[in-house]
Ligand binder design. Structure first.
Ligand SMILES: CC(C)(COP(=O)(O)OP(=O)(O)OC[C@H]1O[C@@H](n2cnc3c(N)ncnc32)[C@H](O)[C@@H]1OP(=O)(O)O)[C@@H](O)C(=O)NCCC(=O)NCCS
Length: 469
């Protein structure tokens, strides 16, 4: 099969010509985005016209939707929200201004911002029935496990929602932006057995998070402005990142017209893993295991040897093949926050040494592996007093803004064709089922069934080697 680029006969549109094994040719339109140099082959009619499918596990080169929310240029290390560079937003904007930008598409006017802020604040209270759920989770439950449950439970309260009604969608999006941070803090308070704190109307979005996390009914709590600035930045940096695993999960769940609160719960579940949002927690575990700068060389050697279970967490990205611009901002913030709070965290030294060693090592250079946003964020959160188990929860509460914006865009733009990938079947061919007598014997035998643990194998080893036919 060969694929050639050229100009279409009809006009200026570029097209590619696919030569198929049966000698036939298939013309494919080339689609261009409004920013960046990526080109897309429009294969929507490929199967209908040729009988062929494409095979792309992990969607490494497949575009699944049109979106006008976030633009990433991986090779150049650029990330824009609605056209604005994310580092500029971190420097100059409030988290709720950015939430408005992502959801609505434009920067809010002063009046619009005031009204948006009021709307979010009004929606921050959670139904007492949802609050009551927290009493029933076990004391050791991971806060992400609690988040999957309580976010999904919002769909019990708001079950009659019509995704095709614009006003209903707006309510769902603003309620989620308002309530998820409250649920996050309730999950934390539950885990440490403290009373749940209600949000306050006089505090900003970031300040309220700190208040609900750390205040108690016993005494007045004053929000530290350095911590509030850091949380505001963290929230903005994590709000959206185009079609990552969790956002794609939300879109696929939403494509069946499912309740949006349930779709966001699906996003929370997808984010939890260490290859995605769980990486910030995994970075701290890794740095603690390394312990001191002296052990960095041995750890790098283990990573390069691909020792089972050893990876440089917080490094690498599917899209960035350059320094993640969010990681650059985070690295600067960490140093600033630790200095202003007077915190001396030995893990920062280990992280810096590890980064230096990796960026000058051929293994990482050749694979274009750089720190991602999760590499330094945990050290900043630790300095503020956030426990490690809450790191991914904070990612989820920030990413909720992106999830609802992407879900709303998908429905509003009529991109609701159900997500339904194909598979390359590698199972047994058709065979005949021979019925057997499976009724139980009167005195069951004492045979012990041995459920031996299965050896885990890496994902790549599980991908079948498919030869071209
Ligand atoms: C983010 C991530 C899941 C992207 O995965 P991906 O796009 O499928 O990339 P691949 O796993 O195909 O990586 C390509 C190569 O780099 C290696 N690699 C990628 N990330 C690596 C890491 N963090 N440490 C060591 N090697 C890594 C892979 O082993 C592979 O090497 P190979 O060609 O010799 O097999 C992956 O880089 C990763 O696991 N990073 C650590 C977890 C993390 O920080 N996640 C947060 C992302 S924001």
């Amino acid at each position: 099969m060969a694929c050639l680029f050229g100009k279409s006969a009809e006009g200026d549109d570029e097209e590619a010509v696919l030569k198929l094994p049966n000698g036939k040719e298939h013309r494919i339109k080339v689609l261009k985005p409004t920013s960046g140099e990526d080109l897309f082959l429009d294969i929507r009619d490929l199967h209908r016209l040729t009988g062929y499918f494409t095979f792309d596990p992990g969607f490494t080169c497949t575009g699944s939707c049109l979106s006008a929310i976030t633009f990433i240029d991986g090779p150049k290390g650029i990330c824009l929200y609605r056209g604005y560079p994310v580092p500029e937003l971190v420097e100059h904007a409030q988290a709720l201004e950015v939430a408005h930008l992502l959801l609505v598409g434009e920067k809010a006017t002063k009046e619009e911002y005031k009204s948006f802020k009021r709307e979010i604040q009004k929606s921050m209270l959670v139904h007492e029935k949802v609050k009551a759920m927290f009493a029933n989770f076990t004391i050791n439950a991971h806060p992400m496990a609690i988040m999957v449950a309580v976010t999904g439970a919002l769909s019990c309260i708001f079950s009659e929602l019509d995704p095709f009604d614009e006003a209903h969608r707006w309510l769902a999006c603003t309620r989620l932006i308002a309530k998820v941070p409250v649920l996050a803090c309730m999950a934390y308070k539950t885990s440490i057995g403290q009373p749940l704190m209600y949000p306050r109307a006089d505090l900003s979005y970031a300040e309220n998070f700190l208040y609900m996390m750390f205040a108690t009914p016993m005494e007045e709590y004053k929000v530290n402005p350095v911590a509030a600035k850091a949380i505001n930045a963290f929230m903005i940096l994590h709000m959206d990142h185009e079609q990552n695993a969790s956002t794609s999960t939300v879109r696929i769940a939403g494509s069946s017209q499912a309740n949006p609160y349930a779709c966001i719960a699906a996003g929370v579940a997808s984010l939890w893993g260490p290859a995605h949002g769980g990486a910030n927690e995994a970075v701290i575990t890794m740095l603690e295991q390394i312990g001191t700068r002296e052990n960095v060389g041995k750890f790098i050697a283990d990573v390069k040897a691909k020792k089972e279970g050893v990876r440089l967490m917080g490094f690498g990205h599917r899209v960035y093949k350059n320094y993640d611009p969010r990681a650059k901002v985070m690295k600067g913030l960490v140093a600033q926050v630790l200095k202003e709070l007077g915190v001396d965290d030995p893990l920062l030294g280990v992280a810096q040494e590890l980064e230096k060693a990796a960026l000058s090592d051929d293994y990482f250079v050749q694979r274009k592996l750089y720190p991602n946003v999760d590499y330094y964020s945990g050290i900043m959160l630790r300095a503020i007093g956030i426990p490690t188990s809450m790191f991914t929860v904070m990612f989820a509460m920030s990413r909720t803004v992106g999830w609802v914006s992407q879900w709303n865009e998908m429905v509003a733009e009529g991109q609701m064709r159900i997500g339904r990938p194909r598979q390359l079947y590698v199972g047994p061919q058709e065979r005949t089922w021979k019925p057997e007598d499976m009724s139980e014997e009167k005195s069951p035998s004492q045979t012990v069934v041995n459920f031996a643990p299965r050896r885990s194998s890496s994902f790549s080893k599980r991908v079948p080697d498919v030869s071209t036919r």
